[in-house]
Design a binder for this molecule. Sequence first.
Ligand SMILES: NC(=O)c1ccc[n+]([C@@H]2O[C@H](COP(=O)([O-])OP(=O)(O)OC[C@H]3O[C@@H](n4cnc5c(N)ncnc54)[C@H](O)[C@@H]3O)[C@@H](O)[C@H]2O)c1
Length: 422
Amino acid sequence: MGLTTAACLCELGHEVALLEIDGERVARLQRGECPFYEPGIDDLLRRHLDRSLRVTTDMDQALRRAEVLIVCVGTPQSASGAPDLRALWKLLGDLRKRRPAGPLTVVLKSTVPPGTNRRAQSRLGPGFTVVSNPEFLREGTAIHDFFHPDRIVVGAASPAAARQVADLYRGIDAPVISTGWEEAELIKYASNAFLAVKLSFANEVAALADGLGADVLAVLKGVGLDRRIGGHFLNPGPGYGGSCLPKDLAGLLWTARRRRVRLDLLPAARRANERQRRRVLAKLGPVAGRRIAVWGLAFKAGTDDVRESPALAIIPALLAEGARVAAHDPEARHTFAAALAAAGPDGLPAGLELADDPWSAAHGADALLVLTEWPAYAAASPAEIRTALAGDLVVDARNLFDPDAMAAAGLRHIGVGRGRGR
Ligand SMILES: NC(=O)c1ccc[n+]([C@@H]2O[C@H](COP(=O)([O-])OP(=O)(O)OC[C@H]3O[C@@H](n4cnc5c(N)ncnc54)[C@H](O)[C@@H]3O)[C@@H](O)[C@H]2O)c1
């Protein structure tokens, strides 16, 4: 989020110093290489690097002449469900010691639980003005989303501070929602919680459709055309993942527990998501001793991010049941391998192989499991899939394929809610 924000702010005409503590990331950025996959970011980086964009590990250099500091550090989920705010407090601690010459506005763009901006303001004290400015961009379309947000949310203690931050986005046509700190923080949490509920709802309607022999895509089209509901995020799948939805829902639930507020709906959405992973796994039937091809490791198409991706839960479960897995992803091979290596010392677990292309993963497999909606997978022809596989089962957890065309090619196609599922 930090790199996208920095590069897009340059595009709006601002001068930006990107402060990053990871030396390897900085070295790559200084060479004009983006350390992760995000469409369009390389071009922006090349256009602005060493002109209006500087990349540095030096806080003093980054703060020189700065009027605004935008905080984009990670706030990952900790074991209790609470977001881990250590990177944020460390950064603010370093900042406080420096006491910049002029007044500095500190914008918290990282997603944080309600109450954090208020705490940040009291820790930093006078001379600093803290403003909440949550971000809603989606990985895979981050640059488009930066320039075409549905709204810009600014939570501040004074109208002048709110105006200063809203002005950063001058040139972007979007409503500005000006609120207090806690409201802005809760807008972000509640938005992601709602999206998680919507996806779990779609998955439960899909399970019902499977039970009834109905096609969920027709059902949800009919539901989503109701403008009070809307069709976005109403797609059944292998369960939501990514760096935001699971973590922010956990953060909201933790916040509710701390404030002793009882919530019924949101814990249920989370349980439904866990069950969805198991439902997709069950569609494969017994897997011990079988070779399973998996297409897709990233949590969604358009990114190499595997944080909380369905594949990270489902592939280890397949291996634990005794399957051999050959998996492919056009972008996330390395991030996936790194995430697994982080879980254990010896690299890839036994029984898992990461293939260079989708067809070598599929070749000779007893079944194919599609977990990510990459366009290249959707473009695969049923006849080619039939030829590549030794077996005939395709579990299509993203509903990429037409069930009739798959059946005509001699494949047993099981989608999510397509009326033929287990
Ligand atoms: N990724 C998204 O699509 C997205 C969207 C909306 C909101 N967010 C929120 O934005 C925040 C960041 O998410 P991300 O996915 O970009 O995380 P990330 O972990 O990919 O990036 C955080 C970066 O901050 C750097 N960092 C940590 N401490 C630092 C310090 N003291 N000084 C300078 N750099 C420091 C890390 O090295 C890392 O490169 C999170 O709170 C997340 O919830 C992310």
